[in-house]
Design a protein around this ligand. Sequence first.
Ligand SMILES: Cc1cc2nc3c(=O)[nH]c(=O)nc-3n(C[C@H](O)[C@H](O)[C@H](O)COP(=O)(O)OP(=O)(O)OC[C@H]3O[C@@H](n4cnc5c(N)ncnc54)[C@H](O)[C@@H]3O)c2cc1C
Length: 379
Amino acid sequence: MGVLHDVAIAGDGPAGAAIAAACADVGLDVVVVGPGEPWTNTYATWVDDVADVIDTTAVFAAPPLPALIRTTRDVAVDRRYGVFDNDSLREQLDIDARLRRGFAVDLTDHHGHAAITMTGGSVVEADVVVDARGASVATPVAWQTAYGVVVDEHVVDGRYPLDRVTVMDWSGNEQAAAPSFCYVVPLDDGWLVEETVLAATPAVEPNALRRRLARRIDEAAIEDAERHGRVETVRIPMGVPVDRGTGRVVRFGAAAGMIHPATGYSVAASLRAAPRVAQAIAAGADVHDAVWPASTRRARALHDYGLGALLRLDRDATTSFFDAFFGLGTDDWSAYLRVDSTGREVARVMRRVFAAVPWSVRRELVELDVNVVRRLLRP
Ligand SMILES: Cc1cc2nc3c(=O)[nH]c(=O)nc-3n(C[C@H](O)[C@H](O)[C@H](O)COP(=O)(O)OP(=O)(O)OC[C@H]3O[C@@H](n4cnc5c(N)ncnc54)[C@H](O)[C@@H]3O)c2cc1C
């Protein structure tokens, strides 16, 4: 038998890197199997969500800014939001130092330990194998899709503030069904302006989103970005089921369903969960429970209910919904947007939103499941 590692991780995305770094931090011997390709998605987060788990001073592509949310009105949020510089994040998590380049073809759990079999036949053995190969779902509940271009500041100037990140602009939305918002964030060399459908089924295709984007910013700016390859298309499976793995093979990140059903985000969730899971591995505790503790599984059931509601709302109802949502205290809506909030926290926010939306929107929510709504309304 070769080296027996404490932990072997399949998948070198943000989740694999986060859990690897956290395992190393608690003194575990860890190896990551993955292709070692750079991350090309523009990953963003609310800075305070990750401030306790990473060094936030030098990890963003541009200085994080406070946020703006535009519904029927402008809501200024003094919570900073930033896009990661992926190379810096990789470096901080030290992924390359732990990487064994290649693909995992099989993850097994037998004879008292676990193993990753790689293409070519080599085997990496460990006490615990973490499957962080990302979301692979044949039929997600819905898709988040977006079409974005990186443009010069002057394209954004006058349309959106330059001293804030516009996390959502629901104005100027002509589509009644599968409504989209504009997302406007600074990068190190321009601004990403992205037309986004939070969740829809079937998925809204990039061409349709491009047409919507062209109603917001100049066609010439879009074409210029396309000519220079500064385009991002997003397709995120939403409602990916919770799957904690079995035995010595534990799932983590998008592979474990740690994608927030209302935002499509998972990077902050993985960074936040990694120390908890690493500690459980080191202590020989229940690792599956550490990935999805009971309280967060209850929250997830409510988040899934929220996704179902979102899918039913048309443009006007969606705008009213977010009007009410971001009209709550920042602590409230922030808690809703975290994967690791407790069921109690999420239920409280849902009750408050329910109380704040117009009756027309409440009817849509009630139609889904009267019993859930009754529970939500219970103080
Ligand atoms: C364009 C885009 C933008 C996004 N923006 C955000 C954002 O701003 N904020 C946010 O929180 N989330 C964002 N997401 C959503 C989500 O957080 C990401 O999908 C995130 O990458 C999930 O991280 P992960 O590490 O769990 O999975 P992945 O990023 O999918 O990583 C899986 C890794 O495993 C590797 N792999 C796959 N198969 C194998 C195998 N057989 N053997 C070994 N390795 C393998 C892959 O190469 C990959 O590196 C975005 C998604 C997209 C597509």
